[in-house]
Design a protein around this ligand. Structure first.
Ligand code: DC
Length: 222
């Protein structure tokens, strides 16, 4: 698929910052697919739905309207007509999103939405299965990684900026749980696509990762 760039990787690897910047530089739209899972998880938590019950999740999926709206190049997720905004950016919602994302009924509900968003190209899509499942024919695929200590540090800095203090132990626990769930699930696990370019961002600034990606895309790399 021409002009489709996928960026997959574990939580805290810097995917969002990098994907947004790459999209801005190329004047592409940016699709944050984690926001779709988070939005559905947010509704599940709000309605005290059991996030481990496939029957309850099937009911949630069949009664929830999820849409994507492109407003000035920024794709926003709407659940039942409402933009959930920053309420989905907590560790609690992230962990619940990881849990529900293992259920095929949830993945199926969100698959066509993601593909429609990329149908015309000009997109940077970020997530776990962008290169493996959603856009297997993407023109460029990247896998962004970083060691767990660095990912925990980054997530903590981000949470402190947003909500105030964030305990290292709970972030570490949540991240390890998410790593495990996201990579061990049967349906569309986090994996490196065979033709993906792997970038280890542990000792790189986000701006350096952006340059590496842009160089690869333009064929300027050595
Ligand atoms: O990228 P994120 O941390 O906002 O994603 C939250 C969770 O959603 C993640 O732990 C697993 C799930 N997810 C997924 O299964 N597939 C995607 N393409 C994106 C996110």
């Amino acid at each position: 698929m021409e002009n489709v760039i996928t960026i997959d990787g574990p939580a805290g690897a810097g995917k969002s910052t990098v994907s947004k910047a790459v999209a801005a530089r190329l004047q592409y739209v940016y699709l944050d697919t984690g926001a779709l899972y988070r939005a559905l998880a947010y509704k599940a938590l709000k309605h005290t739905i059991n996030v481990n019950s496939s029957a309850e999740l099937a009911e949630l999926c069949s009664t929830t309207d999820v849409t994507l709206k492109n407003i000035d190049g920024k794709i926003t997720v709407y659940i039942d007509g409402n933009d959930v905004g920053d309420k989905i950016r907590t560790e609690e919602v992230g962990l619940a999103a990881s849990t529900i994302s293992a259920f095929p009924v949830v993945r199926e509900k969100l698959l066509s939405l993601q593909r429609e968003a990329g149908a015309c190209g000009g997109i940077v899509a970020e997530g776990r299965d962008m290169g493996s499942v959603v856009f297997p024919d993407a023109q460029f695929k990247f896998f962004l990684d970083a060691n767990i200590e660095e990912r925990i540090r980054r997530r903590r800095t981000e949470l402190i900026q947003k909500n105030g203090p964030a305990g290292l132990d709970s972030i570490s626990r949540d991240m390890q749980a998410r790593d495990h769930q996201d990579s061990q699930r049967k349906t569309a696990p986090l994996t490196v696509s065979p033709n993906a370019i792997i970038i280890d961002s542990t000792s790189l600034e986000a701006s350096q990762v952006v340059e590496i990606i842009l160089e690869r895309i333009s064929g300027r790399h050595a």
